[in-house]
Design a protein around this ligand. Structure first.
Ligand code: C5P
Length: 220
């Protein structure tokens, strides 16, 4: 059972994907964390993230290892635990530029396909291009959406105490990142033709989880 969950930032993808995987006994892969991890490595190594050829040339160097336990998602770069730093402001601001580089996408997509292939019993994979590019044959494809207001409010709630961003600054950063992710040439953020769209604006997290579980159980 391979489940792909795509959508823009702040739609509840991560919370939903993890909870669904726990409920159904599936593995879990956060592909955004992989793009954040390679971005973290580029920044840590002084590579100009806006220089696409420098990013492309370095893209094969770091070793990124993703855990697939939905109860304790883990990610390392060359053996260093980067779960916390990849959520910081610097990485968030740079990740869209790095993830738009075709060589980066080719490398990370290969990693993702290997992990999905090896996940005995099934996996929930969340991202932006899972249904369209990474796993076009996934058994279930979901595309989560929500209004811009709802997404900005959820994101600033999550950031409280970590980054003191105002709702407006959060909204601006989120809109900018989604526009970059949707507008890039190589596998942009997009709904696959055969994905089921779920608008989460008026739904609680539990309702979204329930809805996704039902869609998966229908296919089981
Ligand atoms: O999901 P998250 O917000 O952590 O993703 C961070 C970034 O990684 C996205 O804004 C996007 O640039 C990139 N990404 C991607 N393709 C994916 C998952 C994430 O390009 N499948």
């Amino acid at each position: 059972m391979i489940v792909g969950i795509d959508g823009p930032s702040g739609t509840g993808k991560s919370s939903t994907s993890k909870a669904v995987a726990v409920k159904l006994g599936l593995r879990y892969l956060d592909t955004g964390a992989q793009y954040r991890a390679i971005t973290w490595w580029m920044l840590d190594n002084g590579i100009d993230v806006n220089d696409a050829s420098a990013v492309a040339a370095a893209s094969g160097k770091p070793t990124i290892v993703s855990g697939t336990d939905p109860a304790a998602p883990a990610i390392t770069v060359d053996g260093t635990d980067v779960a916390a730093p990849i959520r910081g402001k610097e990485v968030t601001a740079a990740v869209s530029a790095v993830s738009a580089v075709p060589e980066v996408r080719a490398r990370i997509t290969e990693l993702q396909r290997t992990i999905a292939r090896e996940a005995a019993g099934g996996i929930v994979v969340e991202g932006r291009d899972i249904g369209t590019t990474v796993l076009p044959d996934a058994d279930v494809k979901i595309f989560l959406t929500a209004s811009e207001e709802a997404r900005a409010a959820r994101r600033s709630g999550e950031l409280k105490g970590k980054d003191a961003q105002s709702l407006e600054a959060t909204r601006e950063a989120l809109v900018k990142r989604d526009a970059a992710d949707s507008g890039r040439k190589t596998s942009p953020l997009a709904k696959a033709g055969d994905a089921v769209e779920v608008d989460t604006t008026e739904l609680t997290l539990d309702q979204v989880i329930e809805c996704v579980v039902t869609l998966i159980e229908e296919k089981r």
